[in-house]
Design a protein around this ligand. Structure first.
Ligand code: AMP
Length: 287
């Protein structure tokens, strides 16, 4: 595996790859890699000649400085894991490399209402930071395909928007959420849970499953979400939202009317043991 820390070196290398007519697949991450990340690498491997992964804990997408400081960093292990799944290139830039202009910026992407609901509501500025870093990374890597996880569904839709806004030819591929044996969605943040909280954390997955099982079976769809919110609270979570939404083109619309045949998802964010966990599930249709 090649490791690049400078974007100019990576660009030069990838120019040669493109000249030999090889396709490039790209997986951006923040490291502390788990099987969810590796499933994206494997999906990329299947569809592309050259697999590029980046590890960069992006400061501009953290609205909470404490979350940024506590974000797990496990570079040595990450490199081993990436080698094991035959990654071709790792891009490991510094903050200065990615933000030579500084962290403050007047740049603003118009993500519409998608930016003000769910994660956007509870993490102001988060998606502007995500947009800024993914835009920069795509300019450097210029992949044919970009692989992202359904675990961060709203982020996937934001990036779809970014690709449209920037008239990018890159194709976004959304990969399914990898889960632990008990159903908890894999996340780098799970490592920060105490053993007791880790056991409890499966409550989020169970709440999603309960909503899915009851969806369209008489219980009014919003009641299911309210019930799940209360159940999570009783279990010791501090839920921020449990929302049922319709996927409408590239946006999410809170479900206030029967959805017909539209794709419907339920999305959850909840704190447990000082760790913020998110998850979602498709209730009907497909992405
Ligand atoms: P992160 O390192 O958290 O920024 O995630 C990097 C990429 O991995 C994003 O596209 C995530 O959606 C994806 N990802 C994170 N967790 C999972 C998971 N459990 N299953 C599949 N993809 C995931």
């Amino acid at each position: 595996m090649y490791l690049f820390k400078r974007s100019s070196d990576l660009k030069k290398h990838l120019d040669l790859v493109r000249k030999s007519n090889k396709s490039i697949g790209f997986v951006p991450t923040m490291g502390a890699l788990h099987a969810g990340h590796l499933s994206l690498i494997q999906a990329t491997r299947q569809k592309n000649d050259v697999v590029v992964c980046s590890i960069f804990v992006n400061p501009t997408q953290f609205n909470d400085p404490k979350d940024f400081e506590k974000y797990p960093i496990t570079i040595e292990e990450d490199i081993k894991k990436l080698n094991n799944v035959s990654t071709d290139i790792l891009f490991l830039p510094s903050v200065e490399e990615m933000y030579p202009e500084g962290l403050e910026s007047d740049l603003h992407y118009d993500f519409g209402d998608l930016e003000t609901i769910l994660e956007g509501k509870f993490r102001p500025g988060h998606f502007q930071g995500v947009g800024r870093i993914v835009h920069k990374l795509l300019d450097i890597v210029q992949p044919d395909q970009l692989f992202m996880g359904q675990k961060d569904l709203q982020q996937c839709l934001i990036i779809r928007r970014l690709l449209a806004i920037t008239h990018s030819p890159v194709k976004l591929v959304v990969c399914p959420t990898e889960r632990e044996k008990d159903g908890l969605a894999m996340s780098s943040r799970n490592a920060r849970l105490s053993p007791a909280a880790r056991k409890k954390a499966v409550g989020i997955y169970q709440a999603l499953l309960h909503i899915k099982d009851n969806f369209g079976k008489g219980l009014h769809f919003m009641e299911g979400a309210h019930e799940a919110f209360d159940t999570l609270k009783k279990q010791g979570f501090e839920p921020e939202y449990v929302d049922i939404l319709r996927v409408d083109n590239d946006t999410l619309v809170p479900l206030d009317q029967p959805p017909g045949n539209a794709t419907v998802v339920v999305a959850v964010a909840a704190w447990l043991d000082g760790v913020r966990l998110i998850d979602n599930m498709i209730l009907q249709g497909s992405l």
